[in-house]
Design a protein around this ligand. Structure first.
Ligand code: FAD
Length: 312
């Protein structure tokens, strides 16, 4: 592996403009981030970089990894971007980071830009069970590793074998899952790592049974949560130590149902899902978040923790 990376031809450049002329990827200045996330909220980023391949990404990091503020974007299903945008470079990994392959012993390796849904479908095609829950998470492998995403009592940590990542100097690391400490929607992996791929362990399960269980999960999820709306999923984290109640129950009993700030509102179907109903700005959404947090604290004494990540 190391040998492969020593062959990489690193260009030396002083500034982003020169880099944008030489890279095989796309580097766009003043890029509007609104369309890059599920909320459809947010301003511009100084630069948006879509590396064509690993060489491009390493080249960028060797030149700017320690100079520029960097945010790695998955498919933007767990982020809320500020209206003033991001004063740095947003990196989005594209199709060359979304390969998926089968390894021996029911192991799957997937590039970090692969959608969770695609990994679930691939497992299904190959008679592999244990990854069905991924069909219910609308994110990417990279976002799922960062968040330790999960549903129906299974999380990334339960299927993850190892993660391949780049540090800010462009060095490739392979991290076994056994060395990572996981918690609810978090882990102790350094914040500045860029995940390249992850390998997952599954177990033999016939395709028709996997298909059946995926359908059951999807149905349950569609019944409980809104679909086809501009949202970031669960706004606040479950579970809460002080109570057996779920966050949605606390919100439902503490906040008037029709609370809105500008175009930001609470979903009718699930009180922990906030929705951009009508051209909401970051400020609208943040006011709603703060209002809900304050009301839940006043009525129940419980401090809610954000699950969605604010960027900018
Ligand atoms: C309708 C809806 C339903 C949802 N349901 C669930 C659910 O059931 N369970 C659940 O856990 N979540 C759920 N979510 C939240 C979200 O889908 C997950 O957190 C998902 O894993 C985020 O992935 P993403 O690619 O969208 O990441 P993003 O939102 O783009 O980013 C999230 C974080 O991951 C980091 N990141 C992304 N890619 C990389 C990478 N390659 N390297 C390093 N860091 C990276 C980002 O920098 C950021 O910190 C839901 C969201 C929505 C909108």
């Amino acid at each position: 592996m190391d040998e492969e990376f020593t062959k990489i031809n690193i260009m030396q450049v002083d500034n982003l403009i020169d880099f944008s002329k030489l890279t095989n990827g796309k580097l766009i200045f003043d890029y509007d981030l609104k369309k890059t996330n599920w909320f459809n909220i947010g301003g511009k980023t100084k630069a948006f970089f879509k590396p064509e391949n690993l060489e491009d990404l390493i080249s960028f990091l060797k030149n700017f990894g320690n100079k520029e503020k960097i945010f790695i974007l998955g498919v933007g299903s767990n982020i809320l971007i500020k209206d003033q945008g991001f004063d740095g470079v947003v990196i989005k990994l594209g199709k060359n980071f979304s390969n998926i392959s089968l390894l021996p012993n029911k192991t799957i390796i997937a590039g970090s830009a692969t959608t969770d849904k695609k990994v679930a479908e691939f497992a299904c095609e190959n008679d592999i069970g244990g990854l069905e829950f991924l069909s219910c998470i609308p994110g990417s492998v990279g976002g799922g590793v960062r968040m330790n995403s999960g549903c129906f009592e299974t999380e990334f940590k339960d299927i993850l074998l190892s993660v391949q990542a780049l540090d800010r100097s462009g060095k490739v690391l392979t991290i076994p899952s056994s060395s990572i400490k996981f918690g609810y929607r978090k882990n102790d992996l350094p914040r500045d790592l860029i995940f390249l791929s992850a390998s997952f362990k599954g177990k033999f399960k016939k395709k028709d049974l996997v298909e059946r269980d995926i359908k059951i999960f999807k149905k349950k999820k569609d019944n409980a949560q809104p679909t086809q709306v501009k949202t970031g999923g669960s706004t606040f984290k479950n579970p809460i130590k002080q109570t057996n109640k779920k966050v949605w129950e606390l919100i439902k009993s503490s906040v008037p149902k029709n609370t809105t700030f500008g175009g930001a509102m609470i979903s009718d179907k699930h009180s922990n899902f906030f929705v951009n109903k009508n051209k909401a700005t970051f400020d609208d959404m943040k006011k709603l978040i703060d209002f809900v947090k304050k009301n839940v604290k006043e009525k129940t004494g419980i401090d809610l923790d954000l699950e969605i990540e604010i960027v900018g």
